[in-house]
Design a protein around this ligand. Sequence first.
Ligand code: IUR
Length: 472
Amino acid sequence: MALEADAGYEDILQFRFSDIIAKKCNGSALTSEEIRYVVQAALTGQAEESQLGALLMAIRIRGMDPKETLTLTKELVASGHVLQWPEEWNGFLVDKHSTGGVGDKVSLPLAPALAACGCKVPMISGRGLGHTGGTLDKLESLQGFSAKQSPAQMQKILQSVGCCIVGQSGDLVPADKIFYEIRDVTATVDSLPLITASVMSKKVAENVSALILDVKFGEAAQSPTIEEARILAESLVSVGVSLGTPTIALLSNMDSPIGRCVGNTLEVIEALECLEGAGSQDLRELVTRTGGHLLWLCGKADSEVQGAEAIAKALDNGSALQCFRAMLEAQGVHSDIARNLSSTSNFRKASHQQLLRVDKAGTVKMIRARPIAEILNALGAGRSRATDIINHSVGAELLVEVGQHVEKGDPWIRIHYESPPLQDKQRQSLQASISIIDCPPFTPPSRIREIITHQGKSEETGTNMRREGETS
Ligand code: IUR
């Protein structure tokens, strides 16, 4: 990893924060020394929050060029600790990052499937905020699960199990936390260089050998169009590769929920089905293809197709499920629960369930994820503020799939709720989120539409591509 400092501390003492704000307001590129000064001033408290907010807004409006973005990423990484791993794991440490979706439980089967294939997966995940869910919230549906693991504990779990899914510790990229909190309240979250530096600094600080980014586009994604997702993916991949981490990105569609469950407990149950080799085809495809690319990137498979086959085998033969159970036990879940996950008595059910029915016959054209997620959040499944307490058992099960024929009166969704109860207006919005048209049944297209590598985009065909640094 090329993280050597570009400027000494003496070089940055000469700056005034207000001059740097003015420079960015005028649209000029900041030097490496200026960016280093900004990050240090944020960390030490020398910069006032108003100054940080003003600079972040100037960056949001004026942007940053690729060199500035790369420097900001490096300086964010250098603001905290970089995880260190035993040398013999070099090459096999892998991780995935998703830009956030609805029903996105891919990490739950993916991390143990990769571990079952011989990788080490130190996955650092987040909690849900807004309409998108968080992997840690899902796992916390399991009594005893602890996302709080020190780097030494992570190493121990990786040694014995091969994967862990944990929260970000305070000393990993602390400057990003400062910036993110200010971005959240200054309408500067949606800045390409700020997102790139924030996401990639945390992944680079994990010190992994290969990384895959699932950049989502669509109505329920941060990027509404594939064009915007592609620009973000290219920026993320470019920074990862420049910092020495082989990185690729998938562009995947996020209009309808992934799989058939949304909501923390229900998503864990669905992830278990995937770990038993069953469940929704779209979830299994995202897990096998994402994992397949990682196995290929780190040299454990000769192509991503072979890699995907290895992941599918780990799901089908129970080895991924075994790693998942071992990971849960290592992270605090009682062995009686971890070893008997298929017993639904281990999951707390919501006290109320309600079925909604389709009001006409036809083919399901679309199930819109965003309104469903927003209503579930209002029912307590998610947070609108970071401090909100969530109800893990609130969620929804989809009983029909896009492309399927339905008859008038067929049940299409089961809502699990407690308090507050489901309101008439929410019921109407849910009914409006399914569209049924008069056409023959169809097979929905793959969610994965494009793969972005450092060499550029590849139409998604499942063909071989070049690994970073490999000659053709
Ligand atoms: N996740 C991050 O880690 N950083 C960001 O800026 C966003 C999501 I948006």
